[in-house]
Design a protein around this ligand. Structure first.
Ligand SMILES: NC(=O)c1ccc[n+]([C@@H]2O[C@H](COP(=O)([O-])OP(=O)(O)OC[C@H]3O[C@@H](n4cnc5c(N)ncnc54)[C@H](OP(=O)(O)O)[C@@H]3O)[C@@H](O)[C@H]2O)c1
Length: 334
């Protein structure tokens, strides 16, 4: 790649099962020039998120799949290189929804300018970005956690789960996490302050959750599905709330698993509600304003796994789907 070219990663072939580098191709092309109303940015950090697996399949969903030959979608933090609008100048740092590219053209209206002296730039893709907002929105709009209640959070060390658990602790709940591996569980308890954490890769999750939740579960923040979901659903109390945020354990499956018997929803008058973070766009600014001081004063904790180089983005996506990440998965591009 030269200064006069940019690199993009496009979808070459739809994966069966876990995605790999073979499903993508790199394309080098001349550096584009922004048209009126547009801004050219150089990518600094690219966010890698579980939802990206859904965009690789040609299935109906809440968002349109990426087409073969099209640039892979993704949020990134970047530096403005050229701008046609007065609101953005070269050197400004911005966050926005763009793609797996070293340089991107965006509509100015789709970018948010960041304070270079504020929280670390990568946090605008994790704890202060879309995943953090998802945790905040799920608890505010669906969870309604009360002091003394028991809250279970799956994928507890990830950017959604780690924020969800810390917010539930702030609300006075007993918080139990589910995470993969002793190191993640230790961090979830010691750094994030969860009361307990079940290692789903080493122990019987159902027995672990029964022991950790002697009063049942009042709020379940669902991030993974599969065996963890079955174990958590069995412990839901009357009038429990389930935040149906994601089921990452099943994203690589070609067919959905046979579902649970939902009669417990009736018996226990359980409210189950799906969450798509973009349905309430006002939550993004609200969460940034609330949480940025907590990140700065260190009272809201987070972790990141950073892979170097845009060409390693496909490998980073496979890692996030299989638990190879510890905290927010990012690619450092520039
Ligand atoms: N609804 C929305 O608007 C919205 C927005 C953002 C994210 N989400 C969803 O929220 C969930 C968490 O996202 P995130 O960005 O915070 O991801 P993440 O936690 O960084 O990554 C996913 C984690 O899932 C865990 N996992 C993978 N396979 C598993 C299995 N078979 N059983 C149990 N756990 C498994 C792994 O952690 P362990 O090693 O701990 O198992 C992996 O690190 C995902 O389902 C995502 O799709 C939804």
């Amino acid at each position: 790649m030269t200064d006069a070219t940019r690199l993009s990663i496009v979808l070459r072939q739809r994966p069966t099962g876990a995605p790999s580098a073979a499903n993508f191709a790199s394309v080098e092309e001349p550096m584009p020039t922004p048209a009126p109303g547009e801004v050219l940015t150089r990518t600094l950090f690219l966010s890698i998120d579980p939802y990206m697996r859904g965009r690789l399949s040609d299935r109906a969903s809440y968002a349109r799949p990426v087409q073969l030959g099209e640039v892979m979608t993704g949020e990134s933090v970047g530096e403005v290189v050229a701008s046609t609008v007065p609101a953005f100048a070269p050197g400004d740092v911005v966050v926005g929804s763009r793609g797996w590219q070293t340089h991107s053209i965006s509509q100015a209206a789709a970018l948010t300018k960041l304070d270079p002296h504020g929280p670390p730039l990568s946090t605008w893709l994790g704890v202060l970005g879309m995943p953090g907002t998802t945790a905040y929105s799920g608890l505010k709009d669906i969870g309604h956690v009360k002091s003394g209640e028991t809250v279970v959070v799956s994928a507890a060390s990830g950017p959604v789960g780690s924020v969800a658990g810390q917010l539930a602790k702030r609300a006075g709940a007993r918080v139990v996490g589910v995470a993969g591996g002793a190191e993640k569980c230790l961090w979830v308890q010691e750094a994030l302050g969860f009361d307990d954490c079940i290692d789903h890769r080493a122990t019987d999750v159902a027995a672990g959750l029964r022991a950790a939740c002697p009063n049942g579960i009042d709020v379940y923040f669902e991030n993974v599905g599969g065996a963890v979901q079955q174990a958590a659903f069995a412990l839901l109390n009357p009038f429990a709330r389930v935040i149906m945020c994601g089921m990452v354990a099943e994203y690589n499956d070609a067919r959905p698993l046979p579902g649970p018997n939902l009669m417990f929803v009736v018996r226990n008058r359980v409210r189950i509600e799906g969450l798509i973070v973009s349905d309430k766009p006002e939550r993004f600014a609200e969460w940034r304003a609330l949480a940025a001081p907590w990140v700065t004063d260190g009272s809201l904790r987070y972790r990141e796994t950073i892979v170097d180089g845009l060409e390693n983005a496909p490998e980073a996506l496979a890692m996030v789907l299989g638990g190879g990440n510890f905290g927010k998965m990012l690619v450092k591009v520039g």
